[in-house]
Write a protein that binds this ligand. Sequence first.
Ligand code: 5GP
Ligand code: MN
Length: 338
Amino acid sequence: MLIKGKERIGELFNKKKVVITTHFKPDGDALGSSLALYHWLKNKGLNTSVVVPSDYPSMISWLPGNEKVIQYPQQKEFSQKLIEEADLIFCLDYSSLKRTECMSDVIAKASAEKWMIDHHLDPDDFADVQFWNNKAAATCQLLYTFITDLYQDEGNITADIATCLYTGIVTDTASFRFRSVTSGLHHIAADLIEKGVNNWEVHENLFNNNSENRLKFTGYCLANCLTVVPEYNTAYFIISAETLEKYNIQTGDTDGLVNYALSIKGIKLAALIVDRTKLIKLSLRSIGAIPCNEICQKHFNGGGHLNAAGGSSHTSLRETKEAFLSLLPEYKNILTEE
Ligand code: 5GP
Ligand code: MN
């Protein structure tokens, strides 16, 4: 887990200005880990800020400490100053500075030490401390271990910290469904509940918070935008910019849509291809050995995990769809094996 920087970890509580960062369009694991770490360090008396590169879905904006989060594009000068003056920058839930988009140059140039806590494949070598394991189901799982094992500080996991960590674990495992879920992870979840997580309430906040528009959008996409390619056990959604506009789609509203394609019996690869106007965004999900991360890395300027990855394209929606379909023959063997 601690693969780099062991000699530095004793210095944490001597740091004067800490900035916690995470990836563009933070998800539950990104924001959950950032706020859990924020509460833990604040409670230790450290001057700590959370700066994120973009907005994020309303399904996670109820997390304790949400009002403290600084969105870089909204407070650019202030955020830059925080990053430039920091003596420690935490890099949570990303393994390449590129994933912080508009913040990447400022972080790269900052004189602060960089400490990564992450579970994505193939980390770049930018961090002074790397607490990394791609077998971890979530960065929040790693942060739990960081606090309890590395700093032996289990006693200071408050209900707020536990709630943030639990949320990241739930969202990054689709509610404990993925292959990454182990008995060890369930033990962590049980411990977090003992520390005060109101677990049913977390699930309510995350999943029973749909807007009417979003649900109708989902229905429209299922009925009109989904195509199945039976010979490759593949299914994909193509969503136009007009559809997004018609349903007033907000950040996060398309999250999870791709899983409906994967839920069709026999489907092993699912794609969501969305026209975000400035670019075309892809989300891939798979079952078994089909490498979503390899497909996104090689062809769509992205990356992620074996069974869940994302990327983008600067061509048209139609060309992106064709590029995706043209890759399927390459993976025919693993897509069609029993
Ligand atoms: P999603 O499809 O939900 O946007 O992302 C799925 C996974 O792929 C996440 O773990 C995320 O970190 C990763 N991912 C999504 N988009 C990108 C991207 O543009 N670049 C990289 N490197 N990873 C991405
Ligand atoms: Mn994550």
